[in-house]
Write a protein that binds this ligand. Sequence first.
Ligand code: FES
Length: 100
Amino acid sequence: MATLVFVANRFGAEKRIDVPEGGEVVDICDHYFAPIPFSCRSASCGTCQVEVLEGEDLLEPPNAEEADLIPLLGGKGRLACQARVRPNVEGVIKLKSVLV
Ligand code: FES
């Protein structure tokens, strides 16, 4: 099973969430009040950019919209509003907000 870990910041304490089915990171953040800020939710603003500290291979590859924006944001990390956790994978995915 995959476990998402969101690093603590001024928006909240660290969150550790088991996601056996995978899924949209944005939905997981909303459901568990993870400390990741969002604005547009459509791969335009960069507010949700996260550094992947661990487990990048447990995420699906970036979709076209995310792949277009990430180079404009410095070429690293992922967009939490677009990223998906692969289903039926094992390990820890550790994400840290770039903004806060
Ligand atoms: S919330 Fe704007 S790019 Fe993700």
